[in-house]
Design a binder for this molecule. Structure first.
Ligand code: PMP
Length: 286
C-alpha cells in the first residue's frame, strides 16, 4: 500500500514525492535526520529527537525551516494518514537544492529540503529478537570525526551491517584505538554486576536519545553507571551487553566476535531496562 509522505510542505503519495538531483544530500550527504518511534499511535521522546535535530542543524549551519509545533503536526498527520499504531517516523533536512553542483555552500537563504516518511512496524515493542538477543562482530571504526552530528552519511554503518550479516551475525560494534565507540546504528553497553558501562559522550559517538533516557532510568533504579571506553576483550568477559536505539529500544547482545556472554542468552539487567524504558516512555508519549 502506498504511503503518504511529506516533502517540502506537501503531503503526497510516495510515488509522487520528488526531490531535485541537485539536492545537497544526494550529491554530498549534506543533510541530517532523526528517527522517532511510534508506540500505540504516540510519539516516543519526540522532544529529545527535536532537540538533537536542532543541534545537528546548528553544527552544520543549516536553518531549521519549521517550528516545534509544525514538526509535531507533520509527525502526527503522517502517523494518522498512514494508520500507524507501532512504527517509525523518519525525518530528513538537507541544505537544499541549489541549481548546480558546487562544493561551496549555497546562499543561506536557499530553503532546506524537508522529507518525512513513516515505516509501519506492528508489534515493534514486542520484538521476538529482544527475547533471544543479537550477535555482533567488531570492525574498525573508519567513520569521520563528527559522529555526534546525525548526518545521512550512512555508507559505512550500512557496510558494517553487511559485514555482520556475512559473518552470520546481526550487527557490528565499531572499534577505534582499541575501544568500542558504538554500534552501526545504536549505542553500546556492557554490564558487570550492578554496573552499566558505556562510552562517554564526545564527538566520537552519536548522543543517543535512547541512551540518555536509559541511563537516567538505570540510575533511578539504583544501578551504577560508568561512562568510559571499554575494549572488546572486556566486553567478552562482561556479564551482559546490550545496545540502545530509538527503533530497537534496549536490545540484549549475547555474542561478541564468537564469544557467548552469559551462556548465550540475555541476562537480567538488559531485559529489565527494556521493560522500564518501554513502560516509562509509553507513559510520557505524545
Ligand atoms: N549511534 C548511532 C551511530 C546511530 O545511528 C543511532 C541511531 N540513530 C544511535 C547511536 C542511537 O541513537 P538513538 O537512541 O537516538 O536512536
Amino acid at each position: 500500500m502506498s504511503r503518504t509522505v511529506y516533502v517540502n510542505g506537501d503531503y503526497l503519495p510516495e510515488e509522487e514525492a520528488k526531490v531535485s538531483i541537485f539536492d545537497r544530500a544526494f550529491l554530498m550527504a549534506d543533510g541530517v535526520y532523526e528517527v522517532t518511534s511510534v508506540l500505540g499511535g504516540k510519539l516516543i521522546d519526540f522532544d529529545g529527537h527535536l532537540k538533537r535535530l536542532q543541534r545537528s542543524l546548528d553544527e552544520l549551519e543549516i536553518r531549521n525551516p519549521l517550528t516545534q509545533d509544525e514538526w509535531l503536526a507533520i509527525h502526527r498527520t503522517l502517523v494518522a494518514e498512514n494508520g500507524i499504531t507501532d512504527g517509525l517516523v523518519y525525518l530528513q533536512v538537507t541544505r537544499g537544492a541549489p541549481g548546480d553542483r558546487d562544493f561551496a555552500f549555497p546562499p543561506a537563504d536557499l530553503p532546506p529540503t524537508v522529507v518525512l516518511f513513516t515505516q509501519n512496524k506492528p508489534g515493534l515493542a514486542a520484538s521476538p529478537q529482544a527475547k533471544v538477543g543479537i550477535k555482533v562482530i567488531s570492525i574498525d571504526d573508519i567513520r569521520w570525526g563528527r559522529r555526534d552530528i546525525k548526518t545521512v552519511q550512512l555508507l559505512y554503518p550500512s557496510m558494517g551491517k553487511m559485514m555482520a550479516k556475512k559473518a552470520g551475525c546481526d550487527d557490528a560494534w565499531l572499534v577505534e584505538d582499541g575501544a568500542v565507540t558504538e554500534g552501526t546504528s545504536n549505542n553500546a553497553y556492557i554490564v558487570k554486576g550492578n554496573k552499566i558501562i558505556t562510552r562517554q559522550l564526545s564527538n566520537d559517538i552519536l548522543h543517543g536519545i535512547t541512551r540518555a533516557a536509559v541511563l537516567r532510568f538505570a540510575r533511578e533504579a539504583q544501578m551504577e553507571v560508568e561512562e568510559r571506553p571499554f575494549t572488546i576483550a572486556e566486553a567478552q568477559e562482561a556479564d551482559e551487553a546490550f545496545v540502545t536505539s530509538a527503533s530497537t529500544f534496549v536490545m540484549p547482545v549475547v555474542e561478541i566476535d564468537g564469544v557467548k556472554l552469559g551462556g548465550g542468552v540475555p541476562g537480567k539487567i538488559a531485559p529489565r531496562l527494556r521493560e522500564i524504558y518501554l513502560d516509562e516512555m509509553m507513559k510520557a508519549a505524545i
